[in-house]
Design a protein around this ligand. Structure first.
Ligand code: M6R
Length: 605
């Protein structure tokens, strides 16, 4: 879960690389480093801390036309100057950056030490630098190829050598890597945002691909050296989408981008009120489906919980939603007619990818719901439904979640049409309501000042609860995750009816409870549970639909949602929770876009 950036061209490599890394910091941000050539020698600068600390340490960038850089999320070895990448061999003539995990590093390290190599860091990566040194005879390319035969695990690697200062060698297995193609300059990077604004032409590398990048050209082969002809992928993302565009934080920008992201995700998929996936080629995939497994992590898992309830309710098809890191170690009773749906913003989450592969190994077809074209999950799934959220940079997921919800509803409506569980008129009515959700989210965004005021009021609390029933419970889980992730306040989500079976003991005077009340049929029941917490001193903030205001009047505060169909309510009810988490984090002085200990793309188990 690190970010790699490399540049070979005519411009000064350092600003190009550090700018690219700044768009990859979402992948990890506990240390950063860069290697360039200066006076014919490799010069490495690396620092624990944020990229800004590295830029400061570099000062006035020396002239260099080629280099590699890295932003790290520590796996092996604490975040420190010495553990930061790039890593070098004994002689300092080879430098390497790596994303992934070298699983057999301990054995390799032992062997290399016996052979006389000196190690200075605690990282798994350093073994690769020494392996390349060991095999360096005629060319860097051959040395890296030989080293690859010895390493096990996942890697996106970029290597440079003092002997061949005009090239970067890169290779990939199970960690993402792209090559950006410019005129007289070329790039390698972990993800597209790093090269946005520089070029819109990229190669998205597949596993076991090996690249030689110079200013003049790019050669792609397999690990054995056989030439590969790849298609150029045209990036359509607007470079501004990876910038803050006047907002103080990416998270706030991304919260506000939700109406548009919802519009883009819905575009062209509802015809005459009915969902049409013919363009996506999904018709056959669902022909004999009897059961759906939905698997994901974190926020994407929460979207899957909504998907389960929506599909069961309107398409009358059994759905099981599970956490990827748990599902992969279950002994699932696969049956004919099973379909796997994996949900992942990044398309790179290791556990989700492992579940995809496990399902395919068992002959089960996989539909991926992802935001990133060309990601591992998108490439390996049998079919893909893309969310059109645009790049999501903040670690806390917001617009990816709401667009995942849109896809869940589209799937539910599509399956209901296919299985004829409702008449066309009813489904068309729901389709029309789904199309209006962009406008409904715009309305909720207008509650920002009120939510900010509430966050100001509760900023010093130590613990919070989020309650709901049915779909409201699924959203409560997402609200609690958001709050703990960025404000570091303890937050628990509970099914409102479950509280009295234990957790009610934690409710005390002044504990804020955020109660979701958007399900008309369950509102009165939820209110009974709210009374139970109020009776024990809790202060209750109701996030409730306008038409349920009367029911919620005993709550201490109300944040009102438009009167939408209860089935679709999660799309609007999550927004106040995202904003609440954002402002709580701001008031507490937390680093909203880069919360401690986390990274956006979780490519380790
Ligand atoms: O890229 P993915 O959707 O697979 O990521 C899954 C989770 O890591 C992610 O949703 C995480 O929980 C977010 N940081 C939550 O805001």
């Amino acid at each position: 879960m690190c970010g790699i950036m490399g540049y070979a061209g005519r411009n000064n490599a350092i600003p190009v690389i550090t700018h690219g890394l700044s768009n990859l910091e979402y992948r990890g941000y506990d240390s950063a480093g860069i290697a360039i050539f200066k006076d014919g020698q490799i010069m490495i600068t690396k620092k624990a801390g944020r990229l800004a600390d590295l830029v400061k340490a570099i000062g006035e960038p020396p002239a260099a036309n080629l280099g590699i850089g890295h932003t790290r999320w520590a796996t092996h070895g604490v975040p420190s100057d010495v553990n930061a990448h790039p890593h070098a061999d004994c002689s300092g003539r080879i430098a390497i950056v790596h994303n992934g995990i070298i699983e057999n590093y301990a054995a390799l390290r032992k062997e290399l030490i016996l052979e006389g190599h000196d190690f200075i860091s605690d990282t798994d990566t350093e073994v690769v630098a020494h392996l390349v040194e060991k095999f360096y005879a005629d060319s860097l390319e051959n040395a890296v190829r030989k080293a690859l035969n010895y390493i096990e695990g996942s890697f996106a690697l970029a290597v440079i050598s003092q002997e061949e200062p005009d090239k970067i060698i890169a290779a990939k297995k199970d960690s993402p890597l792209i090559v950006g193609l410019g005129a007289g300059e070329n790039y390698i990077a972990s993800d597209i945002p790093a090269i946005l604004g520089k070029t819109d032409k990229v190669y998205i590398l597949d596993d076991y691909e090996f690249v030689v990048v110079t200013a003049e050209g790019v050669t792609i082969t397999d690990f054995s050296g056989n030439l590969i002809n790849k298609e150029i992928f045209n990036v359509t993302w607007d470079p501004i989408s990876a910038e803050k565009a006047g907002y103080e934080h990416f998270m706030l920008k991304e919260i506000h981008e939700q109406p548009d992201a919802i519009r883009q995700t819905l575009r062209g998929k509802i015809k005459d009120g009915l969902v049409d996936f013919s363009e996506q080629g999904l018709d056959e995939l669902f022909d004999d489906v009897k059961k759906i497994y939905m698997v994901a992590c974190g926020t994407a898992y929460h979207a899957g919980l909504v998907g389960r309830l929506a599909i069961e309710k309107i398409a009358r098809l059994p759905v099981e939603t599970d956490i990827a890191s748990e599902f992969r170690y279950r002994d699932v009773l696969w049956s004919p007619g099973d379909l796997m749906i994996v949900i992942s913003q990044s398309g790179e989450t290791a556990d989700t990818l492992a579940v995809l592969r496990e399902a395919q190994r068992n002959g089960v077809k996989v539909l991926a719901v992802t935001n990133v074209v060309g990601s591992s999950i998108a490439r390996e799934a049998d079919k893909v439904l893309y969310t059109y959220a645009g790049p999501e940079i903040a670690v806390a997921s917001t617009k990816a979640y709401s667009t995942q919800l849109v896809i869940m509803y589209l799937l539910a409506l599509y399956l209901a049409k296919k299985r004829k569980t409702y008449d066309q008129k009813t489904l068309a009515g729901l389709g029309k309501e789904l199309l209006d959700m962009d406008v409904m989210t715009e309305k909720v965004l207008q509650e920002e000042e009120k939510i900010k005021r509430l966050a100001g009021k509760y900023q010093n609390v130590e613990s919070t609860f989020f309650l709901g029933r049915g779909l409201d419970y699924a959203v409560a889980m997402e609200g609690a995750l958001k709050l703990k992730e960025i404000s570091y306040i303890h937050a628990e989500a509970y099914a409102a009816g479950e509280l009295k079976h234990g957790p009610l003991a934690l409710i005390d005077t002044g504990v804020p409870v955020l109660a979701l009340i958007s399900q008309d049929a369950l509102a009165a029941k939820s209110m009974s549970n709210i009374k139970e917490v109020k009776a024990r001193g809790a202060v209750v903030v109701a996030v409730c639909k306008e038409n349920l205001q009367e029911v919620c009047q005993e709550c201490d505060e109300q944040i009102l949602l438009p009167d939408v169909n209860p089935l679709l309510a999660p799309i609007v009810s999550v927004i106040p929770l995202q904003m609440f988490a954002y402002y709580m984090a701001i008031f507490r002085g937390a680093d909203v876009d880069k919360p401690r200990n986390l990274a956006k793309s979780v490519t380790v188990e």
